[in-house]
Design a protein around this ligand. Structure first.
Ligand code: ADP
Ligand code: MG
Length: 224
């Protein structure tokens, strides 16, 4: 019965989203169509190619975000070392942190933390959070990733950036589908992350101070 409930809830969310996705994907398609018409009429400019590529990338990102939401129940949970897992994820940002002038500091203070997770999904959550932190620091800055135990046996993972911050009256918009303040944002990253963490019996909390920075806290159960 519980499965059925989850399933119908998931379908309801998917239904709501389908309309939004259709809308979001139509915008880049309209742009690309217009460009191709210009090309056909001989008014071709080199930079149109870049525009086509970036619009296709945008559609791809929307679809990728959406797919990671659509398949969370066909999962296999594996016992995973949280700290190695975080290191693996941070490694993906090796080039980007140099280009963006971001220092990543670690302050890992759990002794041998094991969690149960669906690795591809949880990695997507950490990637989304780190990407948002980077994007909030257009002139570089610091990202501190810390872990500690919260009783009885929860792992708290904090991502603290020194970025732009979020106005207080916008905090409850976070995680709403398509809420984005970025020109090229999808507004799906946090929503997907909330749901994935929920499926890991965890929670996400976000605190922020405008012009000071943002802390995203992910809490996950520890296992033996
Ligand atoms: P997107 O990144 O595509 O905009 P997200 O769901 O990842 O979508 O984030 C939604 C919005 O939340 C962002 O557009 C931004 O306004 C805000 N946000 C998320 N993380 C941060 C952060 N670390 N610092 C400042 N704002 C953030
Ligand atoms: Mg994002």
């Amino acid at each position: 019965a519980e499965d059925l409930l989850l399933k119908s809830e998931k379908l309801a969310v998917a239904g709501q989203l389908a309309a939004g996705i259709a809308h979001e994907v139509r915008n880049p398609l309209t742009t690309i169509r217009g460009i191709i018409q210009l090309m056909q009429s001989g008014r071709m400019k080199e930079q149109y190619f870049d525009l086509i590529v970036s619009e296709i990338d945008r559609m791809n990102q929307i679809i990728r975000d959406f797919l990671s939401l659509a398949k969370p129940y066909s999962t296999s949970f594996k016992r995973t070392n949280l700290h190695s897992f975080l290191e693996d994820t941070v490694l993906l940002f090796t080039a980007e942190k140099i280009m963006r002038n971001v220092q990543i500091e670690r302050d890992f203070s759990i002794d041998n933390p094991w969690i149960l997770c669906e690795e591809a999904q949880l990695k997507q959550v950490f990637i989304n959070i780190i990407k948002n932190a980077f994007e909030a620091m257009p002139n570089g800055g610091n990202l501190t990733i810390s872990t500690h135990v919260s009783e009885p046996n929860l792992a708290v993972i904090r991502f603290s950036d020194s970025g732009l911050g979020i106005p207080e009256d916008r905090l409850d918009k976070l995680g709403e589908p398509f809420y984005s303040t970025k020109e090229k944002g999808t507004g799906l990253g946090l929503m997907v992350s909330y749901r994935i963490v929920e499926q890991h019996n965890g929670t996400i909390r976000i605190q922020s101070k405008l012009n000071v920075g943002t802390t995203v806290e992910v809490v996950l159960p520890l296992v033996k």
